[in-house]
Structure formats: structure tokens, C-alpha cells
Design a protein around this ligand. Structure first.
Ligand code: S3P
Length: 450
């Protein structure tokens, strides 16, 4: 688990053209949900293409602790024999979710309406993140939580013995909060309603429908209104996990900034609630095309071709797009450093409560690498220097945050001087094959001793 091990210093050197195909791993969001919904079904769910990153492996372990039989059959091939909605057993030890905010928040939701008690912990990053955004709505179902000051982990949840359904408007744009409430609503009688003012990733809704739950979605003046009928019998599924657009972002952005590159990233889901980065890159003038657009498992999918893009320009990224690219801002800020002019990112307060404060983590590292960054509580601006002009040569702290580590690794591929990472270990949380995959494309990313 990241954050539990010895730091792995890395160095990323400027490299020649990146070429070839990048087969990125399965989607992290869908992998977590496959395991959890599999555990809440009666019978065997089979999963192909599961992301075997630390975050998801921690969720697999947690599902075993709640009584599901979770088995790996081969690389990416897993099965889950579920215990049914309301069938979770009480775990006999602490549930360690490692680095994963998604893992812990979705699991808390899924046990909150069962009459069991569970204690959750994580690494230093996760134990500093806010959990009240989850425990507040779970309290409405009748679930009690006791944690550390500021609603932090470690935390014990006592599930509601007689849950009541809930109507809840999410105060922050968060798919984790929405999903926790919906998963809790599964074991409450009657209808649970979640209203979100801004649409966030909709994998939970799509997958709940796929597992046979009755779920309705209405677009109204107040926002997206999601209504779930409680206490369904979920039917096990055969799931093929699509490849992760948030992981695809790294080879795509690397190809855009490294002169002469041409990289194909096949089979990437283009669910509109996830694809904001790719449209933003196109608006910046990136040579990024969607090939072979098709539909798979009800989701739009394409092969992404990214080429070195000499004429990148800074743009204002619309705040309304933030939720659809929330995990991609760190690597976007790297691309923006190589563009001409200012890239202005507004409405991104949520970046401050991710695995790290991502605005601060990137701003500190970018400035050390010679890029001027302006920031406020919910915005930041990158003053792009243009290709060939970004100095680099900085040692950056990755702060137990995989996306910060990968963003700076990508940056070092095109700066004048190499970029050094104090710890590349967190990368395994979401993209365990990142180093090899980038090396196969031609990157000079190696482990170093500082
Ligand atoms: C996720 C939702 C997002 C995202 C995270 C995965 C999910 O978090 O940052 O990596 O799978 O639901 P928020 O919902 O808190 O924005």
C-alpha cells in the first residue's frame, strides 16, 4: 500500500519522441463499484479487466471482511460471490482503505444501513481527508459515526438497525458522496433520492441499473434528481471494465508535449461525465483525435491518438466542466506550462481535498520548475512558457498522491532539465504499470537514489 512503504525516488529525463500503443489499466471508479455491487448481489459476479492497483485491492480485501468471497482467477480476472443487500457480516478487524477516498466512502455507504459496526482507517493522506461529507448524509439514514477531530479517520460507523430512506441534496459536486448515499439507500425501505446540482460521474447509477435496481434519473431545474427504490435483490453481472480515461490522460499529455510523438491509447471510455480533459486539450490546440468511435456496454468508447502539438495555447477552462475532469487538472497544468499564454482554471475548490491539496502540490512543484502560477481558494492560473522553454530541474514532493507523481513524471519528459520525484511509490494506487508503459513508449523514467 502506498504511504506504508519506503519512498521510491524517481527521475524523469527529457526524452526523444514517444511512439507506440499505450494499453492503460481498467477504470478505477468502475473497478471499486464492480467489487462492491458484486458483494451486494446474490450469486457470482465475474469481472474482466479489473484495475489491480492498491486502491482497488484494498476494496477487494474490505469486501472479504464483510463476508463476500472475492477471488482472483488471473490477471484482471476476478469473481465476487455476494451476500446480498443487507447481508454484510460485521468485520472482525479494522478496514484499511490505504490511500483510497473512493474506496472508504463507497464502502461506508454500503454498510451504513446494516446493523453492524466497522472501523475504518487509511494512510496518512486518507486519514487527513474530510469524511463529514459522507457521515452527515449517512446520519440521516440512522447511521452513527465516531471519528477523530474534524471528522477524520480512523473512524467507527455503527450502521442503522432500522434505516429510513433519505432525500439529500449534495452540498459539493462529488460522485463519492452521491454514491455513498445511493449505496446506503439500497438497504433502506422506500425511495432514497439524491439531488446533485452539477452532474458528476454517473457510474454508480449506470451500474445499479445494470445490477437490476430500480433507479430513475430526471434532469430538473434543481439539478439531476436520482431516485432509487430500496431493498432490491441485485442480480450478479458479467462486467468488462473499460480502460481508465484518467490513466489515459498521462500518455496522451506526454505525447502532446514531447516533440515528434505519436501515441495511440486504445479503448478509452468517453462517458461525458469523465471526458472533459480531452475536449479541453483539443480547445488548447492539441493534436488529439478520437478514432474508431463505438459503443461498448452502453458507454461511448474510442481509440485516442495523441501527437506532439506545436501550437498549444492557454485557455479558460469552463467551471461547468470541472466535475468531468476533476482528476485531470494536475496533468493539465503540466500541458498548460508548455502552452503559449495563460490557462485559467476556475471552480476547482474540490482539488484542495483530494489525495493531497492538488492546487498547492502542483503550484509548489511548477514554480520550482520555473513556471509562474497564480492561485486562489478555488482557482489557479498557469502562465505558459511555450515548448522548449520550461526549465524543470526541480525535486518535487508527491505527497502520497499518485496523480501528482505522474503529472511531474510527464513534465520531466519535455523540460530542459530532468524532474525528480521524492517518491513515485503512490503511482501503484491507480496505475501500477505506469513506469513500464511509459518506458516502452520511449520515456526516460527511472528509479533513483535521490
Ligand atoms: C471518484 C470520484 C471523484 C474522483 C475520484 C473517483 C469516484 O471524487 O476524484 O478519483 O469513483 O466516485 P469526488 O467524487 O469526491 O469528486
Amino acid at each position: 500500500m502506498s504511504g506504508h512503504g519506503t519512498p521510491i525516488p524517481m527521475i524523469s529525463r527529457p526524452c526523444g519522441p514517444l511512439k507506440g500503443e499505450a494499453h492503460v489499466p481498467g477504470d478505477k471508479s468502475i473497478s471499486h463499484r464492480s467489487l462492491i455491487l458484486g458483494a451486494l448481489s446474490v450469486g457470482e459476479t465475474r469481472i474482466t479487466g479489473l484495475l489491480e492497483g492498491d486502491d482497488v485491492l484494498d476494496t477487494a480485501k474490505a469486501m472479504r471482511s464483510f463476508g463476500a468471497q472475492v477471488t482472483q482467477h488471473g490477471p484482471g480476472e476476478w469473481s465476487v460471490k455476494g451476500v446480498g443487500v443487507g447481508g454484510f457480516a460485521e468485520p472482525d478487524h479494522v478496514i484499511d482503505c490505504g490511500n483510497s477516498g473512493t474506496g472508504v466512502r463507497l464502502i461506508m455507504g454500503s454498510m451504513a444501513t446494516s446493523p453492524i459496526t466497522a472501523t475504518f482507517t487509511g494512510d496518512a493522506s486518507l486519514n487527513s481527508r474530510p469524511m463529514a461529507r459522507i457521515t452527515d448524509p449517512l446520519a440521516l439514514f440512522g447511521c452513527r459515526a465516531v471519528g477523530r477531530e474534524g471528522g477524520r479517520l480512523p473512524m467507527t460507523l455503527v450502521g442503522a438497525a432500522d434505516p429510513v430512506p433519505v432525500r439529500y441534496t449534495t452540498p459539493v459536486p462529488s460522485a463519492q458522496v452521491k454514491s455513498a448515499v445511493l449505496l446506503a439507500g439500497l438497504n433502506a425501505p422506500g425511495e432514497t433520492v439524491v439531488i446533485e446540482k452539477e452532474a458528476t460521474r454517473d457510474h454508480t447509477e449506470r451500474m445499479l441499473a445494470g445490477f437490476g435496481a430500480e433507479i430513475r434519473i430526471e434532469e430538473t431545474e434543481a439539478g439531476r434528481v436520482i431516485t432509487l427504490k430500496g431493498q432490491p435483490e441485485l442480480v450478479p453481472q458479467d462486467i468488462t471494465v473499460p480502460r481508465d480515461p484518467s490513466s489515459a490522460a498521462f500518455p496522451v499529455c506526454a505525447a502532446i508535449i514531447v516533440p515528434g510523438s505519436d501515441v495511440l491509447v486504445p479503448n478509452i471510455g468517453l462517458n461525458p461525465t469523465r471526458a472533459g480533459l480531452f475536449f479541453t486539450l483539443q480547445e488548447m490546440g492539441a493534436d488529439l483525435t478520437f478514432e474508431n468511435i463505438r459503443e461498448e456496454g452502453g458507454e461511448p468508447v474510442a481509440d485516442l491518438r495523441a501527437k506532439y502539438s506545436p501550437d498549444l495555447k492557454g485557455i479558460a477552462v469552463p467551471p461547468a466542466r470541472a466535475a468531468s475532469m476533476i482528476d485531470e487538472y494536475p496533468v493539465l497544468s503540466v500541458v498548460a506550462s508548455f502552452a503559449q499564454g495563460v490557462t485559467d482554471m476556475q471552480g476547482v475548490k474540490e482539488l484542495r481535498v483530494k489525495e493531497s491539496d492538488r492546487i498547492d502540490a502542483m503550484a509548489v512543484g511548477l514554480r520550482a520548475a520555473g513556471v509562474a502560477v497564480d492561485e486562489g481558494e478555488d482557482w489557479w492560473k498557469i502562465n505558459g512558457l511555450g515548448h522548449g522553454n520550461v526549465p524543470g530541474g526541480a525535486l518535487v514532493e508527491t505527497r502520497l498522491d499518485h496523480r501528482i507523481a505522474m503529472a511531474f513524471a510527464v513534465m520531466g519528459m519535455a523540460t530542459q532539465k530532468p524532474m525528480k520525484l521524492d517518491d513515485g511509490g503512490p503511482i501503484t494506487t491507480s496505475f501500477p504499470i505506469f513506469e513500464n508503459l511509459m518506458a516502452d513508449l520511449g520515456a526516460q523514467l527511472v528509479r533513483s537514489n535521490g
